[in-house]
Structures are given as C-alpha cells and as structure tokens.
Design a protein around this ligand. Structure first.
Ligand SMILES: C[S@@+](CC[C@H](N)C(=O)[O-])C[C@H]1O[C@@H](n2cnc3c(N)ncnc32)[C@H](O)[C@@H]1O
Length: 202
C-alpha cells in the first residue's frame, strides 16, 4: 500500500487513492490517456480562445496540455470538488493564467461572474454525470449551456452515454466521438450553442 505522503506527490497514486475513497465522484481509476486528451482538445481554436474552464481537473492531466496550448493572454479556471486535488494543483502548477476553484461545476455562472467574465469560450468536462443525482446533472448541463459563448463549445468525455440526451436538450448541436485508447474507453461529446458552430446559424 502506498503511504499517504508518497501518494500526495505522485499524481497517479494520488488519483488511485482518491478513486478508492470516492469511486462515484471520480468515475475512473487512472487519469485520461494522451489519446483522449488529444481528442478532447482537438475542437479548440487556440488563437481565439481567451476564457477556458475545466470541470474536474483531478491531478491536472488535461490541465497541463491546455496550459501548453493556450494563448499567453488566455485564462484557465478549473473547478474541482475534491480538496486533495485542489491542494495538489495549487502546489504543483504555477502559471499566472491558471486558477483552481474548490467547488462544483454547477457554480460556473458565479465563478465567471465573480471574475468579471461574461462567458467561457470552451468548457472541458470529465466529471461523471452518470453517477450524480438527476437534478445536479440537469443543473450543471444548463448552467454550462448558459455560460458558453455563442461561438464556443462544451467538450464532454464520459464512460457512460447517459448524459447525451441532457446535452442534446440544452445545446443546438452535439457531435459524438469515441476513444478506445483510454481506460475505460470514452465517448466525447462536442456541444455547441449554435448548429454551425459560429454563432450565426440561428
Ligand atoms: C474522471 S476524473 C477526471 C480527472 C481528469 N480531468 C482526467 O481527465 O484525468 C473526474 C474528476 O471530476 C471531479 N468531480 C466530480 N464531480 C464534480 C463536480 N460536480 N464539480 C467539479 N468536479 C467534480 C472529481 O473529483 C475528479 O477529479
């Protein structure tokens, strides 16, 4: 068994230990694969994006890639419920463009408003929608649809298809992809407020 202090500094051990404590909140025993990360970040227009939000960054597996790719003037706000992960991210990521908030994805509206930000260009999410109560799922999907800019996108990766119908009700278009090279294999939903993705369609 890994000791608590060793797992605190090793992201994979920290993630695994937290999976044993909160399996329904994490949904996966190991962080996302590089194949899944590539697929989740593929729809982003990095030159244009200035406000990015990540729900459930965990130990920062996708966060670090977002920071590598994003514009020097862009901001990334991560919203994470698990305090161990929040502490780890604050200790290990030192980038003035990055901030981690300890809270729920449902708070996205307040988190943006408190920072004087009207909307998010992209929101990324791997939080396990299938294991949360229905009212929480509906509230997170609707708050995110309200928060995404008209030419932005909500990119969701999931191990269960359950959230798809909720996304389809809240967004004008939902493109569905699949990534087999991840444990477990994942579906990727790219959700846009407008059908043609440029905010001029309706
Ligand atoms: C499958 S893990 C994904 C971790 C990381 N993004 C990755 O891809 O490896 C899901 C993460 O979502 C967090 N989480 C679960 N429900 C959440 C919620 N309502 N708001 C914010 N974070 C949440 C968990 O603590 C966990 O870090």
């Amino acid at each position: 068994m890994p000791s608590k202090s060793r797992s605190r500094h090793n992201p994979v051990l920290l993630f695994g230990r937290n999976f044993l404590k909160h399996p329904r909140m994490l949904g996966s025993v190991i962080p996302s694969s590089r194949f899944l990360i590539q697929q989740v970040l593929a729809p982003v227009d990095w030159n244009r994006a200035r406000v990015l939000v990540e729900f459930g960054p965990g130990v920062g597996t996708i966060t670090k890639d977002i920071l590598k790719k994003m514009h020097p003037q862009a901001r990334l706000i991560a919203i994470e419920m698990n305090q161990d992960f929040v502490g780890y991210l604050r200790e290990t990521i030192h980038d003035p463009r990055f901030e981690v908030v300890n809270g729920s994805a449902a708070d996205i509206g307040t988190v943006l408003a408190d920072r004087g930000l009207g909307s998010a260009d992209y929101v990324f999410s791997g939080i396990p929608f299938s294991t949360m109560p229905e009212d929480v799922r509906v509230s997170i999907v609707q708050s995110t649809a309200d928060a995404v800019s008209k030419d932005g996108a909500f990119v969701v990766y999931q191990f269960s298809p359950k959230v798809r119908s909720y996304l389809e009700r809240a967004f004008a278009s939902v493109d569905v992809g699949f990534q087999a090279l991840n444990v477990p294999p994942a579906q990727v939903f790219v959700c846009r407020p407008h059908r043609n993705g440029n905010g001029r369609g309706k």
